[in-house]
Write a protein that binds this ligand. Structure first.
Ligand SMILES: [Zn+2]
Length: 295
């Protein structure tokens, strides 16, 4: 989630979420293979979850990771992943939600204990989104850094990938990972750097997940980043309902739309689309443990 002010509490059950007040994007051309959406917010999409997943499957997207950003949405994500075979969850306190999440040290510890408990569940396959956002001022940088470090520990304790939200904070994110020691698996969600930063992340073995932003006209730097990293360190995502890829900008996003982002990534890498689908699927299996479905 990129908007940090005042989240909607998810509606009970798996009906339509609040949405973002924009019309749904039309169905994309199906992919020649299957792929996954490594980051979305099913609780915020104004369609019933079952319908969102059916549209995704029609485009070739057979698995999605839905992400919680505060305690209510983290609980919802874990419940949704328990209810739907195609859905996996990630849980954390979003950097823009950290100031609101707790007023005292005791509350902070209680919230982190709840996140750690949810992160240990079999259907929860990543700790995130957590990290730093210096673009918004929803929480003071030192507060964000404290929560980020605490989530790094939870990822290590649960041996699950750390899913990072990094907006205008590249240097501090990399410095904290180096100082505290990065978990075995690190994913940068909605990667927003250039080819130089991408190469540094790849050298550290970090995985970069590209959102619809890579399809935007002014994103030549992002496409260059997508071209320099090994395909084994690449994922594709929507961050739905936000960041709808071309040609449907201005419409509400949904997991099906990641098909357009996968095609743009294949073009940026001058790679066959079906081949890239197969690599992204294998990366998803490796990172999120889809193959070993112990739910
Ligand atoms: Zn997000």
């Amino acid at each position: 989630m990129t908007e940090g002010t005042g989240r909607q509490v998810p509606v009970p059950g798996f009906g339509p979420g609040a949405g973002i007040g924009k019309p749904q994007a039309p169905a994309p051309e199906p992919l020649p293979g299957t792929a996954l959406d490594s980051h979305c917010h099913l609780d915020m999409i104004d369609l019933p979850v079952a319908e969102t997943l059916a549209q995704a499957r029609a485009a070739g997207i057979t698995r999605v990771v839905t992400v919680g950003c505060d305690v209510p949405s983290a609980r919802w994500a874990a419940d949704c992943a328990a209810a739907f075979g195609d859905v996996y969850a990630a849980v954390a306190i979003h950097p823009n939600e950290t100031a609101r999440a707790a007023g005292t040290a005791a509350e902070r510890d209680a919230v982190l204990a709840e996140i750690a408990g949810l992160a240990a569940l079999p259907q929860v396959r990543a700790v995130g989104e957590t990290g730093l956002d210096y673009y918004r001022d929803s929480a003071a940088p030192d507060v964000q850094r404290d929560w980020f470090r605490a989530h790094i520990e939870i990822a290590k304790q649960t041996s699950k990938p750390l899913m990072i939200h990094d907006r205008d904070a590249h240097a501090d994110v990399l410095a904290i990972l180096a100082a505290d020691g990065a978990p075995d698996q690190v994913i940068f969600h909605c990667f927003s750097g250039d080819a130089e930063l991408a190469a540094r992340c790849a050298a550290a073995g970090y995985v970069l997940s590209f959102a619809g932003t890579v399809t935007f006209g002014n994103a030549a730097g992002l496409r260059a980043a997508a071209a320099v990293i090994p395909a084994e360190l690449m994922l594709a995502e929507t961050d739905a309902p936000f960041l709808t890829p071309a040609p449907n900008r201005g419409r509400s996003n949904a997991p099906a739309q990641v098909a357009n982002t996968v095609r743009a990534l294949a073009a940026a890498r001058q790679m066959d689309v079906a081949k890239l689908c197969a690599v992204i699927e294998a990366n998803g299996e490796r990172l999120f443990g889809f193959g070993s479905d112990s739910r």
